[in-house]
Design a protein around this ligand. Structure first.
Ligand code: R5P
Length: 295
């Protein structure tokens, strides 16, 4: 078995190769033709081998590179191809909101699945996307990775910035044996939200270390709003923790100004990627391969 890294996920791919038992790890050669077209080439022998290909799809370029690498792996005669998409971009368009639109998440999932035997992703925007892959598809959670990191810190309360993230805060609370709550969130526009404390708060906030847990930090509006609200309760320290840290524009600096720590997992490269989902992804890959009927 070997791991091949797309350019969007090099560091995580190497960590996954270590978690899978220091198996060979390769970085394909990439270049641009004079007209701007992308060229990729994977080295080494793949004939009859199982390949784990790792590439987040944050933008169009990442998507194209992933599809090209999948084909290159197949052309090289690999036996099985497990595609790991740590951050699955374009996931928000998971339904037709206005007539004439595509269901982009489904279309992308179907294309990724075409050449794959199985697909693994992390904290997808919606469960429908997992079902849109036409091959066995698995979802890891970023919460255990963040909990492994936070276990080394004194944490008093886990907070989800909205009701939709209740399960994440609850799960983190269970892993750290700490109380949790979900805020009431109302989105004003793409960068601004209004937040309120729930009617019942499980512990007094004063002097407590509160961790705000979210799946994605994008513009940072949600975390900044949550941190400002919690600061009014005179909390002692605030940590922002997320699975996917996009940190658009000045989001990282704006969050840094209102929190004490920022943690994200390594599904995307960013200055806060301190928790790795590599063990969780490797575990899914191992389980998938172990459950296959003997060849
Ligand atoms: C929303 O439902 C998500 O869980 C995140 O809270 C949201 O995507 C974060 O976006 P932003 O950082 O732009 O507020």
């Amino acid at each position: 078995m070997q791991v091949i890294a797309g350019t969007a996920s090099t560091a995580l791919a190497e960590r996954i190769s270590r978690e899978l038992g220091n198996i060979p790890f390769g970085m394909p050669f990439t270049k641009r033709f004079p007209d701007g077209e992308l060229y990729v080439r994977i080295g080494g022998q793949l004939q009859g081998d199982d390949v784990v290909l790792v590439q987040s799809t944050r933008n169009d370029q990442d998507i194209l590179e992933l599809l090209m690498l999948e084909d290159a792996v197949r052309q090289s005669g690999a036996r099985r191809l497990i595609v790991v998409v740590p951050y699955f971009g374009y996931a928000r368009q998971d339904r037709v909101f206005f007539p004439g639109e595509p269901v982009t998440a489904k279309a992308l999932a179907q294309h990724i699945a075409l050449q794959a035997d199985a697909v693994v992703s992390v904290d997808l925007h919606s469960v429908e996307t997992l079902h849109a892959f036409t091959k066995p598809a698995y979802e890891a959670s970023g919460i255990p990775a963040l909990a492994r990191l936070l276990r080394q810190r004194p944490v008093d309360l886990l907070v989800s910035p909205d009701k939709g993230g209740t399960d994440r805060a609850r799960r983190m609370g269970q892993l750290l044996d700490r109380p949790w709550m979900a805020l009431e969130k109302r989105r004003i526009d793409s960068e601004h939200v209004e937040l309120e404390l729930p009617s019942s708060v499980p512990v007094g906030l004063e002097d407590k270390h509160v961790v705000i847990v979210d799946d994605v930090i994008s513009t940072g509006g949600t975390i900044v709003g949550a941190a400002r609200l919690l600061a009014k309760g005179r909390v002692g320290a605030i940590t922002a923790a997320c699975t996917h840290g996009l940190f658009l524009r000045d989001a990282f600096e704006r969050i840094k100004a209102v929190t004490d720590e920022i943690y994200s997992t390594d599904t995307l490269s960013n200055p806060a990627e301190k928790a790795s989902v590599a063990p969780d992804i490797a575990q899914i890959v191992k389980r998938y391969l172990a459950e296959l009927p003997a060849a």
